[in-house]
Design a protein around this ligand. Structure first.
Ligand code: ADP
Ligand code: MG
Length: 230
């Protein structure tokens, strides 16, 4: 079967040809199938965020190829990358990056504005995803009035409003207490059960050792040190 994502001989060098040149990724090869749940682990500085951002079509590799469903994306011009990012990926970060003075529903609709979706449909999509996360009563509230757990759900709702098939999460539990981390894992489990593909950079044992994660890719010095499917 054709993999969802295929990475061939990927390399990323920051500040190339300068004294502070940094080889962040080197000789990375991997395939990720539709519906896989992958934990990307490794010490700080090992290249996890760099790999996630290249997979998510943010930025361009120095060498190598990234293909999405057999379409080579790594060499496309930015306007196409932006579109693929929007349509195929949902991003979950450590920080929620929400607009605090803006309402919940406006925050959630934000990723849909650059699409050509009619406004009513945008609102419909946003309403659906808010309901799904128990936020339907909060649509008109400003984000700054919400609790931490509610803000987390708004951030996830926003990541999912465009119905992406791949969820990319960068250390999503790093700033969360156990309860919020548990809620996030429950949401990830729901997404896995829907057949979404999840790629989670983390060194949180709660995530790595959870039943959710099926495969661990461990990075070291910008290379894959081990790739184990359970
Ligand atoms: P991780 O997420 O595993 O901590 P990163 O991908 O953030 O690793 O970083 C890998 C290496 O690349 C590190 O040495 C980091 O300092 C360097 N790096 C990351 N982003 C940049 C950047 N924008 N410019 C220069 N160096 C960077
Ligand atoms: Mg990182």
């Amino acid at each position: 079967m054709q993999p969802l994502i295929r990475v061939t001989d990927l390399g990323k060098i920051y500040n190339r040809h300068r004294p502070d040149e940094m080889v962040a990724l080197q000789d990375v090869n991997l395939e990720i199938g539709q519906g896989e749940v992958v934990a990307l682990t490794g010490p700080s500085g090992s290249g996890k965020t760099t790999l996630l951002s290249l997979l998510g079509c943010m930025g361009r590799p120095t060498s190598g190829i990234i293909s999405l469903r057999d379409h080579q994306v790594s060499k496309l011009p930015e306007r196409f990358l932006a579109r693929i990012r929007r349509e195929s990926f949902g991003f979950v970060f450590q920080q929620y990056h929400l607009l605090r003075d803006v309402t919940v529903i406006e925050n959630v609709m934000l990723p849909l504005y650059p699409t050509d979706m009619p406004f009513r449909q945008m609102k419909n999509y946003a309403d659906q995803v808010l309901t799904r996360f128990g936020l339907e009563g909060m649509a008109a509230k400003k984000v700054k009035l919400l609790s931490g757990g509610e803000q987390q759900r708004v951030a996830i709702a926003r990541a999912l409003v465009g119905r992406p098939e791949i969820i990319i999460a960068d250390e999503p539990t790093a700033h969360l207490d156990n309860r919020l981390a548990g809620e996030l894992m429950d949401i990830f489990t729901l997404l896995r059960n829907e057949g979404k593909t999840l790629i989670i950079a983390t060194h949180d044992p709660l995530v790595v050792n959870s039943g959710l994660v099926q495969r661990q890719i461990a990075m070291r010095f910008g290379q894959i040190e081990k790739d184990v499917t359970r």
